[in-house]
Design a protein around this ligand. Sequence first.
Ligand code: ADP
Length: 330
Amino acid sequence: MEGPSPFAPAVSVRGEEEYERDLRPRNLDEFLGQDRLLEPLRLMIRAAHERRECLEHLLFSGLPGLGKTSLAFALAQELGAPLKVTSGPALERAKDLVGILSQLEPGSILFIDEIHRLPRIVEEYLYGAMERFQIEFTLDQGVHARLLKLDIQPFTLLGATTREALLTSAFRSRFGHAFRFEPYSPAALQQVLQRSAGLLGLSIENDALASLAAHARGVPRIANRLLRRARDVAQLENELHVDAMVVQRTYGLLGIDANGLERADRRLLECLQASEGKPVGLKSLAVATGEAEDTIEDVLEPWLIRQGYLTRTPQGRVILEAGRAVIYGA
Ligand code: ADP
């Protein structure tokens, strides 16, 4: 039986989105396992509060599912600030941005997801808003051209990106600080899973918890999805209790093997292996595996690279010895 992939992108299934919303941390204390990010953030909040200013604009970068959106929501809650959520691709024209900025209440947080996909022209309008809380635009052309200035309420921009390198340095320099999200340790993921299990009304044994955390690739979104699938399995037996047996059965259903590889990972490694050592470009790999290029780059590859199963070269992806060993051993 094919189960839905726990590694599917967040937007694919509505049910998954709702589920993610329910498990989202509601304040900074519930944002677990990331003290490295929270300490400087709390300091900045205190300093801004003492100066009676808005928090500086912040950039959150890192792989999907590491908690960028969650931290933005938790931060707004912590500050008691109105939150407006949008994304780079949704702000197609300068008009879209002006519409949002002009309606912000004082002290709002504006969260722009996928900020690297903001069109360049819109990005430039954002500069004045970020620096002076003012948008400048030109009306008419030639000798009749007039520069109009629109004041907007002071606000904090939180930009999230999976591709910080695609941002221009001019844009990056306008953020007060860039927070880089790293994969979570298994211990941190255990904390996330324990909290989620509580919210889902599940009891979970320690070895089951440790196993799920070890299979989650450092990503809380994957940890929560594995837990949700384990809950499905437990429910089939009319139980709300997850033990090592339930977890093993869950891996079986999801096609997760003893090395922690899922079907999509094995397909990807098999495609590379089939090229007999020649590097394979991202586009060809996407066609051969049936996965989107973004999914390969942001979701599948990072972990496979960290495990030493494949490497990226300027000519394309190449399977490594350890990668060959896991597909032959599977
Ligand atoms: P991103 O915006 O980086 O793609 P999200 O903020 O959407 O990631 O996180 C995905 C899910 O993982 C959230 O629904 C949340 O339940 C969980 N999560 C992420 N980070 C944490 C954390 N530090 N503590 C608890 N849960 C977390």
